[in-house]
Design a protein. Structure first.
Length: 227
């Protein structure tokens, strides 16, 4: 029996996931077999990385295929243990084409403080990431984490911190989900550095109103904080 999806699209997306994984690994975002990456294959199928594999040494033909409607594994072996988180994001947000979960060190360090990330610090982070929710801690690899992530998602969420755990970024392509992870990690590095300095000037309410108007009117992007 043939595969229930186009093999050329599986190969193309699988190769792209390998490239993204290698870039994450090179930047030190994935120790051991940390992290998982997925991409939408069609309306009801996603490709997802297998568990227990270094993101720096994946094979494009090793990707697993999951069905969104019933979470069934339709191709491959041992899909990522955080697959429920990925499935929950695709079900909640039909515009999302790719999801990355990582333990990138600066982001994870801040997530282990248990404090929400301060916003209104840097204009490009506001434009490209927007409000970054902190998902309360629950035991990883359980349906509870998927439910907590889904509850924190809004139609505008681009990146999230998982308390005492790591990150989730999403996008309309693998490239976009990776770019948001890199931006989130850089933003957390900035916030940690500011915490060491011991003071920070946050953008004023008027400056934020101007910035969010630019985001809406020029960039065409909605934001949780824009009416
Ligand atoms: Zn994790």
């Amino acid at each position: 029996m043939g595969l229930p999806f186009p093999i050329d699209l599986y190969d193309t997306l699988g190769a792209e996931i390998c490239r993204v994984g290698e870039r994450m690994w090179r930047q030190g975002f994935c120790a051991g077999s940390d992290g998982n990456i997925s991409a939408r294959l069609d309306a009801d199928l996603i490709l997802i990385t297998p568990s227990g594999v270094s993101k720096g040494e994946m094979r494009s033909d090793g990707m697993c295929v999951l069905r969104l409607s019933d979470a069934a594994l339709v191709h491959g072996q041992s899909p990522s243990s955080e697959r429920a988180v990925h499935l929950a994001v695709y079900k909640a947000r039909h515009d999302v084409e790719a999801v990355i979960h990582s333990h990138a060190p600066k982001s994870t360090a801040w997530a282990c403080t248990g404090d929400p990330l301060p916003d209104a610090l840097h204009p490009e982070a506001e434009l490209l990431l927007g409000r970054i929710p902190l998902v309360p801690y629950v035991t990883p690899g359980t349906g509870l984490l998927a439910r907590a992530v889904a509850a924190a998602l809004t139609p505008n969420t681009a990146a999230m911190l998982l308390a005492n755990h790591g990150t989730v970024t999403l996008g309309d392509s693998l490239e976009s989900a990776l770019a948001r992870l890199e931006m989130l990690e850089a933003y957390c590095r900035l916030v940690i550095e500011l915490s060491r300095i011991g003071r920070m000037r946050r953008l004023s309410e008027a400056e934020m109103v101007d910035l969010l108007a630019l985001k809406r009117d020029v960039w065409g992007l909605a934001d949780d904080r824009t009416p």
